[in-house]
Design a binder for this molecule. Structure first.
Ligand code: UTP
Length: 398
């Protein structure tokens, strides 16, 4: 298709005036052809929610009582090559404000302790417990792929056998201004951003890397920033398998009703994650007969998904979230403008929406102080400071 035709179809003719030379036009056409432009019709208003109700989860008491049984099932699965880990490292980590990949951030005090290093140490702990290696897929984006691979090479994969590690690159999405017009970041170059962590399975399949580990039946998918994350935890795997569930989510009990964390719930009878701002104050405060919050289980971005189920839902469309962001863009005078305030939209899919598609999900309670130390910011809540304190509390020397 010609550039003019394509731009007309998506009502983006303004780009013609911004792309003067033949090279710029050819470059634009190549980028546009590689993108999913259907997102451009998505709007900001949030999708209407179904009927929300509390979900039943597995609490610590039951997990501890059945830890040996679950652990055996999980270890067996790991030994059979049935469990893979997927590290979501395609985000930009803007809140932390570091230039390189977020995982390359050094949180050490007296020695180097990188975020990736913490995660690899946690994975090696599972390997020790199970006596077998776990395949690790690392999702990057165009913005950090080369730097991430280089970082792992430079650190010899933190002692993990590289045969068990595969990198794959997630897709990008276009950025638009508030009236839906595509933005450029340089002449002939669209402003793009990673398309959110919900695209991980589609990107993994497109890369073909999954074919190297055909025995995989479960994917344990997790974010880069929780340095206390247990990876491919055999007890979690065993509990999910024993419950006959198609997915599992590690959860922490909310510390207070108003805590800003997405919670697992039932939506029209199916497991779903509801954002904290979607819960009414009344729902957030609601308690059951035992005095526990009804909407108790905060998600910590550590999910287990059944591979066959993922295959089945692969063709289903995951909702696209339209998010307001500050997007640097090429102004009319050809200068790059870095806006002080939000100036447009990015399009993202979110992994938490996969829980609903999965159809069943086991909320699996973990002890917050042992398994949840997210690093989102430099200081304050969920920061380098708070994560350091939690790591030290768990015996990690920084
Ligand atoms: P966050 O929502 O914390 O986003 O991602 P972020 O980009 O890392 O950080 P901010 O918001 O810019 O400060 C949660 C997890 O999902 C991954 C991130 O790498 C992180 O592990 N992610 C996010 C992706 O892999 N791809 C994306 O497009 C977005």
């Amino acid at each position: 298709m010609h550039l003019e035709e394509l731009l007309k179809r998506y009502k983006q003719e303004h780009l013609l005036a911004l792309a003067g030379s033949e090279e710029e036009r050819a470059a634009l056409l190549a980028q546009l052809s590689a993108l999913d432009l259907s997102v451009l019709s998505c709007r900001e208003e949030s999708a209407a929610r179904g009927k929300i109700a509390p979900i039943t989860g597995m609490r610590r008491g039951e997990i501890e009582a059945r830890a040996a049984e679950f652990g055996e099932i999980g270890k067996e699965a790991v030994r059979g090559g049935k469990v893979a880990a997927v590290l979501l490292a395609g985000g930009q980590g803007t809140r932390l404000g570091s230039d390189g990949p977020k995982g390359a951030y050094d949180i050490g005090k007296t020695r180097h302790v990188y975020i990736f290093q913490c995660l690899m140490e946690n994975l090696k702990e599972t390997v020790r417990r199970c006596g077998a290696h776990v395949p690790l897929f690392i999702m990057t984006s165009d913005k950090n792929d080369a730097a991430t691979r280089r970082f792992f090479e430079e650190h010899d994969f933190f002692g993990y056998p590289r045969d068990f590690v595969r990198f794959f690159v997630q897709e990008m999405a276009p950025c638009v201004d508030f009236s839906g017009r595509l933005l450029l970041e340089a002449p002939g170059r669209l402003a793009l951003s990673p398309n959110g962590n919900g695209g991980w399975y589609a990107s993994l399949k497109r890369s073909g890397a999954d074919a190297d580990f055909p025995a995989v039946e479960w994917y344990n998918v997790f974010g880069v920033d929780n340095v206390l994350q247990r990876i491919a935890d055999p007890v979690f795997v065993g509990a999910t398998v024993a419950c006959g569930s198609m997915s599992g989510a590690k959860v922490v009990c909310k510390a207070r009703p108003e805590e800003k964390v997405g919670v697992l719930c039932l939506e029209d009878g199916k497991p779903s994650v509801i954002e904290y701002y979607e819960l009414t104050a009344e729902m957030a405060e609601q308690r059951d007969g035992k005095g526990d919050l009804c909407y108790l289980y905060g998600v910590i971005l550590n999910y287990l998904f059944n591979a066959r189920m993922l295959e089945k839902i692969a063709s289903e469309r995951i909702p696209v979230h339209v998010v307001r962001k500050k997007i640097p863009f090429l102004g009319e005078n050809g200068q790059l403008i870095r806006p002080e305030a939000e100036n447009g939209y990015k399009f993202e899919t979110l992994i938490l929406d996969m829980v609903k598609l999965a159809g069943s999900c086991l909320p699996f309670e973990v002890v917050r102080e042992h398994e949840f130390a997210p690093i989102k910011n430099l200081t304050g809540v969920d920061s380098v400071e708070t994560a350091r304190a939690l790591l030290e509390q768990n015996g990690v020397v920084l």
